[in-house]
Design a protein around this ligand. Structure first.
Ligand SMILES: [Zn+2]
Length: 148
């Protein structure tokens, strides 16, 4: 692990603890050259999980890809990285529990449902991007709830 500040390859772990309810290991590291401190996360790789897209094609599951979509919905909202990490880790556990494949529509619906409990505006944005509303009326109804 190179230091992100000076690129030195010589860094030391100064603290190591479980995070995300035991699904990840969080490490505090210190660069031995410039003393810069940074954090790394170690997570179980979900390389076996395959996403089945709407057109029937398949691709390997990519957490960064899902996370980007969630962050776009959360732009300028009071949502933290920790909340999103927890949301994705919980759902990944569900998706990879019994099966090797998960439909992209399931991913969209699950993220949407969890996002609804975190931030209503982010939820509406995410849902509208993923066109999960059945019709315009349903979309208006959800929007209306925000401005009550
Ligand atoms: Zn350094």
């Amino acid at each position: 692990m190179h230091c992100p500040h000076c690129r030195s390859a010589d860094t030391a772990v100064i603290d190591s603890r479980l995070s995300e309810e035991g699904r990840a290991v969080r490490r505090r590291r210190e660069c031995t050259s410039c003393q810069h401190r940074f954090t790394t996360f170690e997570r179980q790789e979900l390389s076996s999980l395959i996403v089945v897209k709407r057109d029937g094609t398949r691709e390997p599951y990519s957490r960064p890809k899902i996370e980007r979509g969630v962050w776009i919905a959360c732009t300028k909202r009071p949502v933290t990285q920790a909340q999103i990490d927890k949301l994705l880790s919980t759902l990944e556990e569900k998706w990879s529990a019994n099966k090797q494949e998960v439909p992209s529509s399931t991913i969209g619906e699950d993220v949407m449902r969890e996002l609804k409990t975190i931030d209503q505006v982010a939820y509406i944005r995410f849902a509208s991007v993923h066109r999960e509303f059945k019709d315009v009326e349903e979309f208006k109804e959800e929007l209306g709830k925000l401005f009550k």
